[in-house]
Design a protein around this ligand. Structure first.
Ligand SMILES: [Zn+2]
Length: 658
């Protein structure tokens, strides 16, 4: 499978919405090696490009909103819409101004709002509304000072394939201000029940920035997320089988965080935390339904872009895509869904050659260590025995299922399969390491080492039956949560290890500090390079959450349920809580004393009821404090609850792991 060319990938990104500074990006290709533009008189001037900042959202601005028309018995109000459900769909839940057909709303935009201010939004119909007949459609119109500036016709008939049920993106200039009108009407039977609206309604300001060049004091930054890589398979974290000589050598040149944790055991919540430095309740990506990275959040890439830094991302994980707004702040966002890094890294090197003189922030999200495992034959030969008779991935999961339901009396075959499956993962990790080694050698050969800070981490680990599960997303034990965290480059100490328990989501402010750039107020002021055992003596509580949780050690009737679960690590304790939810009639708890039981094998919940209650209390506070950030604009409690439910806080677990 060949990857899309850079040009193709750019178009993929552009189909989502106008890419940031697309024009500047093409100029960069022309003048990239110099970082300079040439004026018509033959003199040179610094090249500039377009950046933008989020100012406001019109969704919750009840005072500035005048409802001119709405059907009797219905309301114009904030809420949530998703045209399709499920993680593989081209949609995703977004907050929206719900406007049923036929309705009309106006806002007064100040006349002095500025030439470079725009309204960005999407028009959509909720998945529950696709029941109309042929020809049924909802029409969305935006007018400024009475002139139409946007229109979209969205069909809502039953026969419409899922792929065509999507948001219709829009962006209109607000320069000159005046009356802004949003109108929704339509045709067809069933119109009276349609749930439709404009999502986001973000006011953004575009601005020019001079493209910066890198120096030792103002270095480049490369963030590499190795999806699904658990820490303990790396030599530098204690593995003795020699899987990762490349990463181990790199670790010796920098700082290794011995006990680093991801925010969630699966990609969406964890990666959103990495890019924003916020906890999942704060950024709101807590489940498949809530998987849209809202514009109002400050991402690491946006901060770099604001400072004139050239930004690009290469993502192999289909969840980390422009459609879900993960391209915020990236001039170039190149999607290589499901490809291994041997197909991606050549494009990355090409991009680096074009941009090596510009000051850059590069984010690589590589999927090699994720299933399906397809290690290089040489690594497979070195690190795997012959597969046991009858082995397949599907068969391994089938045996696990039988085991969980109590139908498997003899687990010998399951154990053999899992051992082999785990060695296949090891061989895949070794394959990835070899690919990265040659990439790092290229960086050195390009002379980037002394002006580039590199951070390597993962979004979560992988389970191989240490706690009766396979894969990830399910539980909070170390095989899922403990990930590598390595930093090196100018200003970063060499050959140091940090023993303090840390969260890898603090990489964002740490990388900004390493790059001598101020972090925005929205990011916690934590610099991991200052995290030592002395500076963090009580080991601050670390929280986890997942909507793909499982309870394999619990009562039989709960073993095959997917649950929303939360957890925390505090001092010696790992506490896991499954609140009462749709498919769980009573809450469940697990508590492990990691001092006396380092692997977390013995649930001591019933012996520590008081301790457990206080840990649960801490989790509830953590969830509430985070959620408040997302819903504080919703004064109506019922609406806030609807949003919370839509965003997955209230009792809705996901079905599909990733
Ligand atoms: Zn992942």
């Amino acid at each position: 499978m060949n990857g899309p060319s850079l040009a193709q990938a750019t178009r993929m990104s552009a189909s989502h919405r106008p890419p940031l500074g697309a024009k500047a990006a093409s100029t960069a290709l022309l003048f990239g090696a110099l970082g300079l533009g040439v004026c018509s008189f033959g003199c040179t001037e610094p090249e500039s490009f377009e950046a933008e900042s989020y100012l406001d959202s019109l969704i919750t601005q009840t005072e500035r909103r005048v409802v001119k028309r709405v059907p009797e018995g219905r309301k114009v109000q904030p809420g949530t819409i998703t045209p399709v459900t499920g993680k593989n769909s081209h949609a995703g839940m977004r907050s929206a101004l719900l406007m049923p057909p036929v309705s009309e709303v106006t806002f007064t935009i100040p006349e002095d709002i500025g030439q470079s201010t725009y309204l960005r939004f999407a028009a959509g119909v909720d998945h529950s509304s696709y029941n109309g007949g042929e020809g049924a459609e909802v029409r969305f119109v935006v007018l400024l000072r009475g002139e139409p500036v946007y229109h979209a016709n969205v069909p809502f008939n039953k026969a419409l394939p899922e792929i065509q049920r999507r948001w219709e993106e829009g962006e209109v200039p607000l320069a000159g201000g005046g009356e802004l009108t949003l109108r929704v009407d339509g045709d067809g039977a069933g119109l009276e029940d349609v749930k439709s609206g404009f999502s986001e309604l973000n006011v953004i300001k575009k601005m020019r920035r001079v493209r910066a060049r890198s120096t030792i004091e103002e270095p480049n930054v490369i963030l590499i997320v190795l999806d699904t890589l658990r820490a303990d398979r790396l030599g530098t974290y204690g593995d003795t089988s020699g899987l990762t000589p490349g990463l181990d050598a790199l670790a010796e040149r920098g700082v290794v965080f011995d006990r680093a944790y991801a925010a969630s055991p699966w990609t969406w919540p964890s990666t959103a935390s990495l890019l924003t430095s916020l906890s999942p309740p704060q950024h709101g990506i807590v489940g498949s339904k809530s998987s849209f990275l809202v514009e109002e959040l400050n991402t690491l890439a946006e901060v770099f872009l604001q400072h004139g830094v050239t930004t690009a991302a290469f993502s192999a994980n289909p969840l980390i895509c422009a459609e879900r707004n993960f391209d915020q702040g990236f001039e170039g966002f190149f999607e290589h869904a499901q490809e291994d890094s041997d197909l991606i890294l050549p494009d990355v090197v090409q991009w680096l050659r074009e941009n090596s003189e510009n000051r850059f922030f590069l984010y690589l999200h590589l999927l090699d260590a994720h299933t399906p495992y397809s290690p290089d034959p040489i690594m497979r030969e070195r690190f795997c025995e012959e597969p046991p008779a009858g082995f397949t991935e599907q068969m391994t999961y089938a045996l696990l299922k039988a085991h969980l339901s109590g139908e498997l009396e003899d687990t010998t075959k399951l154990d053999q399969f899992v051992d082999f499956y785990s060695s296949l993962y090891s061989a895949e990790v070794a394959t990835l390491d070899a690919r990265l080694s040659s990439f790092f050698a290229t960086l050195t050969a390009m002379g980037l080492d002394d002006r580039t800070v590199i951070a390597i981490t993962s979004d979560h680990g992988e389970e191989f039956m240490e706690h009766m599960m396979l894969g990830h997303g399910r539980q909070f034990f170390s095989e899922s949560m403990q990930i590598p965290l390595i930093m090196l480059g100018p200003g970063v100490p060499s050959g140091e290890r940090v023993d303090a328990r840390v969260e890898n989501r603090y990489l964002a402010p740490t990388l900004l500090a390493a790059a001598n750039l101020a972090a925005p107020e929205s990011m916690p002021l934590v610099n991991l390079l200052e995290a030592t055992g002395e500076s963090n003596p009580e080991e601050k509580t670390i929280f986890f959450t997942t909507s793909l949780g499982r309870w394999p050690n619990g009562p039989q009737e709960h073993r095959d349920k997917t649950l929303q679960i939360h957890g925390c690590l505090k001092e010696r304790w790992l506490y896991v809580w499954a609140p009462k939810q749709n498919n769980l009639e009573a809450e469940q708890h697990q508590l492990f004393d990691l001092y006396s039981d380092t692997e977390g094998k013995e649930n001591v919940a019933t012996r520590n009821v008081v301790r457990m209650a206080s840990l649960k209390e801490e989790i509830v506070r953590w969830l509430e404090e985070g959620a408040v950030m997302r819903v504080d604009a919703f004064t109506d409690q019922a609406l806030a609850e609807e949003l919370m439910r839509g965003l997955g806080y209230i009792g809705e677990a996901d079905d599909v792991p990733k």
